[in-house]
Design a protein around this ligand. Structure first.
Ligand SMILES: C[S@@+](CC[C@H](N)C(=O)[O-])C[C@H]1O[C@@H](n2cnc3c(N)ncnc32)[C@H](O)[C@@H]1O
Length: 235
């Protein structure tokens, strides 16, 4: 049976834009690395690079991965904190007692194929009902790390895409303020534009350290950046 991702590829593969996309993917070293290391998305290498630099993916922690499909970032977390889990999906249920205090929650409006040790919630993260499902899984536990790689559906108009991206940032930060533990980590993707400085200044009032990062796997022409925030100052 074909996975959701395979069905998407079959539907998409004959259009002209998909041919350009395929040619670019063929040249891309991160696509090749993702294939050879069994990551579902080249974006996995963005998180790997940031974690090498800041070392915030630590065993025994609670993680929320917002905008997680197809699952590259959740794979990175699962492989690092649950290394004994097999990377295939077989027998995931048997591992439930072996989570060693790790709780990984992946949220996306699109479906995500199972990942060992990862709880998947399908829904719009900006909806209260989706956030409520996340809170139910947390069972009052505070969160160590909140990641948002959420990206809006691109309209092609930079200003509109920037504004939508900042709305997603705001939504994940609002949620973070309710569940993140003191000293916790927040990482969010944004599309550069006129209001990112204001958002960054707001982050600086809430975290000990806020850095603008552009990992190597971000395409050169992309206006995408990440705010890496460490040391949440819980009130
Ligand atoms: C760049 S992809 C994430 C890639 C992912 N980090 C990985 O490594 O596989 C962005 C994702 O954000 C999701 N997204 C955008 N807006 C969202 C929202 N409001 N709620 C949930 N997911 C959202 C999209 O469906 C898309 O799957």
């Amino acid at each position: 049976m074909k996975s959701t991702w395979q069905k998407f590829q079959v539907r998409y593969s004959s259009s002209p834009s998909s041919k350009r996309w395929t040619a670019r993917q063929d040249r891309d070293q991160f696509v090749k690395k993702a294939q050879s290391q069994n990551y579902r998305a080249r974006s996995a290498f963005k998180l790997l690079e940031l974690d090498r630099k800041y070392n915030f993916i630590k065993p025994g922690s609670v993680f929320i991965d917002c905008g997680a499909a197809p699952g590259g970032w959740s794979q990175v977390i699962s492989r690092k904190v649950l290394p004994e889990f097999d990377i295939t999906t077989e027998g995931i249920k048997d591992f439930e007692t072996k989570l060693n205090g790790n709780l990984i929650i992946a949220v996306d409006s699109l479906p995500i194929e199972p990942i060992p040790g990862v709880n998947v919630i399908q829904g719009d993260f900006t909806d209260i009902s989706t956030q409520q499902k996340v809170k139910e899984l947390l069972k009052e536990r505070e969160v160590d790390v909140i990641l948002s790689d959420m990206a809006p559906n691109f309209s092609g108009q930079h200003f509109i895409d920037h504004v939508k991206s900042m709305e997603l940032c705001e939504s994940s930060l609002n949620f973070a303020e309710r569940v993140l533990k003191s000293g916790g980590t927040f990482l969010c993707k944004f599309l550069m534009g006129e209001s990112d400085l204001e958002f960054r200044n707001n982050l600086k009032t809430k975290f000990d350290s806020v850095r603008h990062e552009k990992p190597q796997a971000v395409r050169k022409k992309s206006s995408e950046g990440y705010f890496m925030c460490l040391g949440y100052k819980k009130k």
